[in-house]
Design a protein around this ligand. Structure first.
Ligand code: GDP
Length: 174
């Protein structure tokens, strides 16, 4: 059986837990109260292959300028980087995370420059108070060799599911 380890990172409040819980339970839980980092397990069958998926949710990401990520970089096969399209500071945080993952100095880690990274602009249902344009997300992703999705954990169950499947497939084919 294949093991796939996925870390979901981003600024506090971007919707990491909402996306994970949506994928695992198909439900949107508005206020998901957990102050602890968690690793969730799920068995999946994808294109006839059995796999054991582990998803890491840090719950609250440190808001400091220099992001360490040392443990995550050693542990994960792929990363979902989440920002909130209605919060520009969360986009800046996502950018810093991507740069950290793509840094050449991290080449001793499990995955580096070529690792699967998917950038997600969450809360698309709040596009009337949007602070980050779709094009900005797309450009950041393109410039750094990432996939990009804009979606809403609150309103788009299928898109959330497809987004997870897409990055898992990329990890498996790498
Ligand atoms: P985390 O700190 O990144 O894990 O963020 P949470 O998953 O705890 O979500 C933070 C807040 O954003 C909560 O109040 C969620 O209900 C809300 N939220 C998450 N996803 C969405 C979304 O797609 N749309 C809207 N409107 N709110 C969302």
């Amino acid at each position: 059986m294949n093991d796939v380890k996925l870390a979901v990172l981003g600024r506090e409040g971007a919707g990491k837990s909402a996306l994970i819980v949506r994928f695992l339970t198909k439900r949107f839980i508005g206020e998901y109260a957990s102050n602890f980092e968690s690793i969730y397990n799920k068995h999946l069958c994808l294109e006839g292959k059995q796999l054991n998926l582990e998803i890491y949710d840090p719950c609250s990401q440190p808001q400091k300028a220099k992001i360490s990520l040392t443990n995550e970089l050693h542990w994960a096969d792929g990363f979902i980087i989440v920002y909130d399209i209605s919060d520009r500071s969360s986009f800046a945080f996502a950018k810093a995370l991507i740069y950290r993952i793509r840094e050449p100095q991290t080449s001793h880690c499990k995955r580096t420059v070529e690792s699967a990274v998917l950038l997600v602009g969450n809360k698309q249902d709040l596009c009337h108070v949007r602070e980050v344009g779709w094009e900005e997300g797309q450009k950041l992703a393109l410039d750094n060799g990432c996939q990009f999705h804009e979606l809403s954990a609150a309103e788009q169950r299928l898109e959330v599911e497809m987004m997870f499947i897409k990055i898992i497939t990329e990890i498996l084919t790498n």
